[in-house]
Design a protein around this ligand. Structure first.
Ligand code: G
Ligand code: G
Ligand code: NA
Ligand code: MN
Length: 252
């Protein structure tokens, strides 16, 4: 209840902000994009994790307004970076399944792209495997997003509802191997999973991103498995706008 009531004023009271988590090519550690991550600083509750408040926002229906806020502000910031002469980095925005399944979703995305003037090719939407529960409708939405020129990615891949079979039917661009596999990469079974996902992704012409890369050892195994892209604390923590600019300029 506290969170539900708190969320009502969160946008107006400017309690929400976005941090940006870099994504890199594993070979050269060059930054090619970043994931927008929502942060909520409540005056009395302090920092509330999206892992906590997003599920509540989904239940109460507040996710529509919050999701739109994140998308608009992430696209705005990406366009500012483009206008300031940064190379075309891909901005990824998390989309909850409730948001994705809402009938207006594609229209909303289209409207925000027009409003912010961001080239659709520089936007990627990260959705989880739970969209597979309604695979028919999801394919329709993914196709519409593709027509808009927006990229899509399956987040936390390997932990959820989907099978490799369903994956082959989806018009997506990227899969993100869930952090739990990278955490356990020393384990042979996890290695087989990771290698299988990478090979499957490559054969389907998908980009494969490893998330939660924290150690040089994990990085070196992922390179050995021919994984191309990664994200994790080894490369950077999530950063605010200024920190991101500084890192990008010293890095690339
Ligand atoms: O960044 P952090 O580890 O606190 O994120 C926790 C969870 O919240 C992750 O699953 C992440 O995908 C999700 N999350 C972060 N920002 C957003 C957002 O803007 N929208 C949605 N739907 N989920 C988000
Ligand atoms: O569900 P999703 O993949 O969107 O969750 C992203 C969350 O995972 C973010 O909160 C991000 O900060 C976190 N994350 C990303 N990379 C790492 C990492 O290397 N280590 C840890 N502990 N968390 C990570
Ligand atoms: Na994500
Ligand atoms: Mn993930």
């Amino acid at each position: 209840i506290l969170i539900e009531n708190g969320l009502k004023g969160a946008i107006q009271n400017k309690e929400l902000h976005i941090v940006y988590h870099p994504k890199v090519t594993l070979q050269s550690r060059e930054i090619y994009g970043m994931e927008a991550l929502l942060r909520w600083e409540h005056p009395t509750l302090g920092n509330v994790s999206p892992a906590e408040f997003i599920p509540i926002a989904e239940e109460t229906g507040q996710i529509g307004v919050i999701g739109e806020w994140v998308l608009r502000n992430a696209c705005k910031q990406a366009e500012i970076w483009h206008e300031n002469g940064f190379p075309p980095l891909i901005i990824s925005v998390n989309v909850s399944v409730k948001q994705f399944q809402h009938g207006d979703f594609c229209q909303t995305v289209k409207g925000i792209l027009q409003e912010t003037k961001l080239n659709p090719h520089y936007l990627e939407l990260e959705i989880t495997e739970s969209i597979m529960q309604d695979i028919g409708q999801s394919i329709t939405v993914l196709k519409k997003l593709k027509e808009l020129g927006v990229k899509t990615s399956i987040d936390d891949f390997g932990t959820g509802y989907s099978s490799l079979y369903m994956l082959k039917e989806l018009p997506i661009d990227t899969i993100k191997i869930d952090k739990s596999f990278i955490d356990n990469i020393i384990d042979k079974k996890d290695q087989y999973m990771i290698k299988t996902i990478i090979e499957f992704g490559m054969n389907l012409n998908l980009h494969v991103v490893a998330e939660g890369v924290e150690t040089e050892e994990q990085l070196s195994l992922l390179k050995e498995f021919h994984c191309q892209f990664g994200q994790g604390y080894l490369f950077s923590q999530p950063l605010n706008e200024v920190e991101f600019e500084n890192l990008f300029c010293s890095n690339n």
